[in-house]
Design a protein around this ligand. Structure first.
Ligand code: GKR
Ligand code: MG
Length: 427
């Protein structure tokens, strides 16, 4: 590897990985999740990795950018912004404040370019780190913590995808079964916080789930996120019955205004990754008092540097910070660790879907490991992960056979329950 940092090739590899039938308010996860793996190779032979959503819109934006990136220097992030057509640090954040946004969990139409920029930015930083022999956190100013805390992300789930045998996790569709699942998570990963993906059972059953978890895991912080499945009155009622059980209540209801009504009626802090997903929405959130906690996510906030900016903005406005995740692989986890490592004002443990990820594109050696609820922030160059090329090829082949598909939890749900109606709010 030489020091020439000009990009000579960009490889985009869409992959599909298996995931259990995890429930949420929009339905259920299908058998395969699409992600896009990005490799940016410099003329000097350094390869930087990035990972993002695999939905068709993001693929299209990434393909367009990939054609124009050869010749750009991996130290030129402004140049990357020009190629992708966005500068998330200055003016690229789309204004998606609507009167009542109900967004599919994890999919925010209109932020495609920011997502593409974010994924390439991580790959650029990884390549920079490899060229310099420095970890990404040093390129971002240095880590402020040696370990990053993660929370156990608990989902109600079906026992199997249609036509498939029951998976290793089994069915989790009532409060007692959820406690059993949490026990497995606690024993295997030692999480100090647990998040329940709500909006699946009747609200009272979800509050009962929280009560059982609190009794079984004293001292473990709890949060619940029904992804706007509840009306404002239901959200207020749940907040009252769950009083004292929660470190925060995440996106109980839709829209900045609805959230503000709930926030005004309960002392429980509200968090969001649905009504505040870009810089422009923060001001309105603060004016209305919609949420006191904003969830960072470098995949759609504009990358690792934009996540630092978010930290500064949040601190100056008295907002607290946590971190969101979607189904992801090890490249994303490594990038999340780097982001969290440099965020002084990270007040809560980060979400991660990683325990549900049964196969990965990264080599086991160097892959982030969650132990005692934490991942150690390493000093290996770049993100510190390398590709397992066999796994990448296998998962790409699965993606190819499945074809280019947008995530559709509603359609997946109808394969379990024909005629299932997508209704939000449901309660
Ligand atoms: O994986 O079903 C899921 C989650 O609901 C995900 O899509 C959300 O984006 O985890 C996310 C959240 O906190 O809303
Ligand atoms: Mg959420």
């Amino acid at each position: 590897m030489s020091g020439d940092s000009t990009i000579r090739a960009v490889r985009l590899t869409p992959v599909a990985f298996a995931e259990p039938p995890l429930r949420n308010s929009a339905g259920v996860h299908g058998p395969a999740v699409s992600r896009l793996v990005i490799e940016v190779e410099t003329a000097g032979g350094a390869v930087g990795l990035g990972e993002t959503f695999g939905d068709p819109a993001v693929l299209a934006a990434a393909r367009e950018a990939a054609q124009r990136l050869p010749g750009v220097d991996v130290f030129d992030l402004a140049g990357l912004g020009r190629v992708v057509g966005v500068d998330p640090l200055v003016d690229g954040q789309p204004d998606i404040t609507g009167p009542a946004e109900v967004r599919e969990p994890g999919t925010f139409a209109g932020t495609t370019r920011v997502k593409a920029y974010s994924a390439f930015e991580v790959a650029f930083l990884d390549a920079q780190g490899r060229l310099l022999g420095r970890p990404v956190h040093q390129l971002l100013g240095g880590r402020v913590r040696a370990e990053v805390e993660f929370c156990g992300y608990l989902f109600f789930k079906f026992g199997a995808h249609p036509g498939a045998p029951v998976d290793d996790w089994g069915e989790v569709l009532d409060p007692a079964a959820m406690v059993g699942l949490a026990r497995r998570f606690a024993d295997e990963y030692g999480f100090g916080a647990l998040k329940v993906k709500g909006g699946v059972l009747e609200p009272d059953a979800e509050v009962e789930t929280l009560r059982l978890l609190a009794a079984e895991f004293p001292g473990v912080a709890l949060r619940i996120d029904p992804n706007a499945a509840w009306t404002v009155p239901t959200s207020i009622r749940v907040a009252e019955s769950a009083a004292g059980l929660l470190e925060y209540l995440e996106d109980p209801t839709a829209g900045l205004t609805g959230m503000a009504e709930v926030a005004a009626a309960t002392p429980t802090p509200l968090a969001t990754n649905m009504v505040v997903t870009s810089f422009r929405q923060i001001r309105r959130c603060v004016e209305l008092g919609s949420a006191g906690i904003v969830l960072a996510d470098h995949h759609f906030w504009g990358g690792l540097r934009a996540t630092q900016q978010l930290g500064a903005v949040a601190a100056s406005l008295g907002l607290r910070l946590s971190m969101h995740s979607n189904s992801h692989l090890g490249i994303s986890l490594a990038a999340m660790v780097q982001a969290a490592a440099v965020l002084p004002g990270l007040d809560y443990s980060c979400d991660t879907h990683y325990p549900w990820t049964v196969e990965d594109v990264v080599d086991v050696a160097g892959a982030p490991v969650i132990k005692d609820g934490r991942v150690t922030v390493g000093d290996a160059p770049g993100l510190g992960v390398t590709l397992d090329r066999d796994a990448l090829a296998r998962m790409h082949e699965r993606w190819r056979r499945g074809g280019e598909q947008a995530r559709d939890d509603v359609a997946a749900m109808r394969r379990h329950v024909p005629g299932w109606v997508d209704r939000r709010p449901r309660w």
